[in-house]
Design a protein around this ligand. Structure first.
Ligand code: ADP
Ligand code: MG
Length: 327
């Protein structure tokens, strides 16, 4: 059956039937608006990301289930970075006229799987025909207790700088695909199926450990600058400490341009955060608790806008810091 046969309302009805109404949803798909609960004493967090064919993804490289899952994960990553709990999703779809019902179902399979894994409900959206290219717009709503909100600003000179997980795999997969190579499965997975660090972000917020936090979408150096800008601070990073996967280590050995993806590869979706030095022990224990590497990669400094990368002997090394920007 084609999209043409079932039509916009048939598609929405199909969507409505495949979605389970989750916690806090008074009214979900089907009315003019969704009606949603926000726990007393919590702030509503709202964030949106647009994924456009040939700008953010290529359909010939991408399994639509992965795209569906990723469209959820990239939004939840922003909620994680504020220390929030994700709750509700809105999905805007621009579907090419040639799209089949099977393709819509495949996308939704990944979307709903990722939403369920994070305890989030799809509560509404909009569906339109697009001329040629697929577009996906997801808006996520989360909540956070007022006193636990973590922002990009809030760091102090001397705070330790930490990052979760490993850096550069996603950017490496993209570079390899662009060069006509096939990325290894572990690296490809990090690009096509990122997972938001929700439990870690929430714990850092509820324990009052992070003084500032951001999720890494544009590259470590670019996002670090966002983190530091609000407080007019700087930072030093230790080259030796940068966490990378064994695959990244092997594939990028001797290729400076690829090696630099640690600093400017996009779409890591890891958390970058600052912690007062006296709480170091509490952070280092969290690796075991959350089953994710948590690495101190440097320190916050007083000098506004100065970010230095130091080698093992403490000498500055030049690093190309061109992160991703659209224009
Ligand atoms: P309206 O014209 O009033 O905006 P629509 O006919 O577009 O209403 O949508 C009807 C219902 O279906 C609404 O509850 C809307 O949120 C939901 N909906 C439409 N498209 C989607 C989608 N892609 N994902 C989830 N819900 C959707
Ligand atoms: Mg509508």
């Amino acid at each position: 059956m084609s999209l043409h046969d079932i039509g916009e309302f048939g598609l929405i009805e199909r969507l409505r039937r495949s979605v389970r109404q989750g916690a806090g949803v008074k009214i979900g798909i089907g009315d003019d608006c969704a009606a949603l609960e926000v726990p007393a004493g919590e702030l509503l967090l709202v964030t949106s990301d647009l994924l456009l064919e040939n700008v953010h993804f290529r359909r010939d490289w991408t399994d639509l289930a992965d795209l569906g899952a990723k469209s959820v994960a990239v939004n939840l990553s922003d909620i994680a970075a504020m220390g929030g709990t994700p709750r509700y999703l809105i999905l805007g779809l621009g579907l090419p006229s040639t799209f089949t019902l099977g393709e819509v179902d495949r996308f939704l399979e990944g979307f709903l799987e990722e939403a369920a894994a994070s305890g989030v409900s799809l509560v509404g959206g909009d569906t339109c025909r697009a001329e040629q290219f697929l577009s996906v717009s997801v808006t996520a709503h989360g909540t956070v207790p007022v006193s636990e909100l973590v922002r990009r600003k809030g760091a102090h000179p001397g705070d330790l700088l930490y990052v979760s997980g490993e850096l550069g795999d996603s950017g490496l997969a993209l570079c390899q695909l662009t060069a006509g190579q096939k990325p290894e499965p572990a690296v490809a997975h990090r690009h096509f199926r990122p997972r938001a660090r929700l439990a870690l972000g929430r714990a850092l917020a509820s324990r009052g450990l992070a003084t500032s936090m951001i999720d890494l979408s544009d590259g470590l150096l670019a996002d670090l600058r966002h983190l530091l800008a609000g407080d007019r601070l700087g930072a030093e990073l230790c080259l030796e400490r940068m966490p990378v996967s064994p695959t990244f280590e092997r594939v990028t050995a001797g290729i400076t341009e690829w090696r630099n993806l640690i600093f400017n590869g996009g779409e890591d979706y890891e958390l970058l955060f600052t912690v007062p030095e006296q709480r170091r022990d509490e952070i280092e224990k969290m690796t075991g608790e959350f089953d994710v590497r948590i690495t101190q990669i440097g320190k916050v400094k007083q000098e506004a806008g100065v970010v230095e990368v130091l080698d093992a002997s403490g000498d500055p090394v030049p690093v190309n810091s061109a992160g991703f920007t659209h224009f």
